[in-house]
Design a protein around this ligand. Structure first.
Ligand code: DAH
Length: 342
């Protein structure tokens, strides 16, 4: 018994792997192991000796079992430590940078413009890129065969349908949609199309945003205040605007709006061609004929203003982009530069 005990404890002690330890257990503590075989010797003992022997064998069994458990726990812990060490993650390594997308610069301007007007309680109305001659021209007070149509060389789809040449087509639809209710306060962003040859400042497809307010006693001063707020939000609080008389079929009077140059602060530079002013948009008081055609009966005090601003134009001025085609070629190196403006 003593030999078995010493050998077993030594072997348990010397086991360096769980497999080895298991073998030691099989040798000594399994059903057919050496400790069990000791029990079989009981039959050769006298009745007086039996209980003491049995007790001794049980003690031995318990002692070895305990030694085995302790060693097993120890080896398991060791194995776990080794695995953790092997699988250690170096959290100080720099991570692979994630490629995160961003808004297109034109979309940034689109949304910024929308935000300015949404804050002032305007609704946003969109239309269809394919519209009719009727809403694009007739309702904008530009009748058939009128020379003003030549200024906006048009992609016709058939005799009736066309790709809208300006967001004024959304304006005429919005008017009809709201008539005879007042007031109307909407902005209408969208793509427009013209048969232009593409170059640094022209594109056969670009984007505009139309503004339209109709109500009682709306004046040119309201238009001026609104546009002032628009240019200050986009180009800085120091900006001022000026109106130059102009002509559009759908407004009377019509104005061309200039903003003081945000690059040189009006002193004169290459961006404003040394004039201190940059032409930014067209606007005016909605022509009574346009209101009438849409379903508003003329009445004392009923008036409205409208304006149309080019989204590419604003983006080019705001970000100093000199070629409109860069917005459409989608060169990553170009687009990524706008991340910081988001
Ligand atoms: N529709 C004009 C254009 O595309 C822009 C414009 C001018 C819109 C004056 C307006 C306006 O609403 O009042 O050139």
């Amino acid at each position: 018994m003593q030999t078995i005990r010493e050998n077993a404890l030594q072997e348990i002690n010397e086991a360096t792997t769980l497999e080895q330890l298991q073998q030691v257990r099989n040798t000594y503590l399994s059903k057919k192991g050496l400790v069990s075989s000791l029990m079989k010797q009981m039959k050769d003992l006298s009745n007086e000796e039996k209980p003491l022997f049995g007790q001794k064998v049980n003690e031995l069994k318990n002692e070895l079992e305990e030694a085995y458990q302790i060693k097993q726990a120890h080896l398991q812990q060791e194995a776990l430590n080794q695995r953790l060490e092997k699988e250690r993650i170096d959290i100080t390594l720099p991570a692979t940078p994630l490629k995160v997308g961003q808004l297109h610069p034109l979309m940034m301007v689109w949304r910024a413009l929308e935000d300015i007007f949404r804050e002032m309680g305007y609704n946003i109305v969109e239309g269809n890129d394919v519209d009719t001659d009727f809403y694009n021209f007739e309702r904008a007070n530009i009748p058939q065969d009128h020379p003003a149509r030549d200024m906006q060389d048009t992609f016709y789809i058939d005799m009736e349908h066309l790709l809208r040449t300006h967001t004024t087509a959304i304006q005429t639809r919005a008017l009809e949609m709201y008539a005879p209710h007042l007031p109307i306060k909407v902005v209408c962003p969208g793509k427009v199309y013209r048969k232009d040859d593409d170059d640094a400042t022209h594109s056969h497809q670009f984007m505009q945003m139309e503004g339209l307010v109709v109500g009682m006693n709306i004046t040119l001063a309201d238009l001026k205040g609104t546009l002032e707020l628009l240019v200050r939000s986009m180009f800085g609080q120091e900006r001022v605007i000026r109106f130059r008389p102009s002509y559009f079929q759908f407004t009377e009077p019509s104005v061309e709006v200039d903003v003081s140059c945000h690059v040189c602060d009006g002193k004169g530079c290459s961006v404003c061609k040394q004039t201190g002013w940059i032409e930014i948009l067209g606007a005016g008081m909605v022509h009574p004929a346009v209101l009438e055609m849409a379903g508003y009966e003329s009445q004392e005090g009923l008036s409205g203003f409208a304006f149309g601003v080019g989204i590419e134009r604003v983006a080019m001025l705001k970000y100093g982009v000199s070629d409109i085609r860069q917005f459409y070629t989608n060169d990553q190196r170009f687009l990524e530069q706008f991340k910081r403006f988001e």
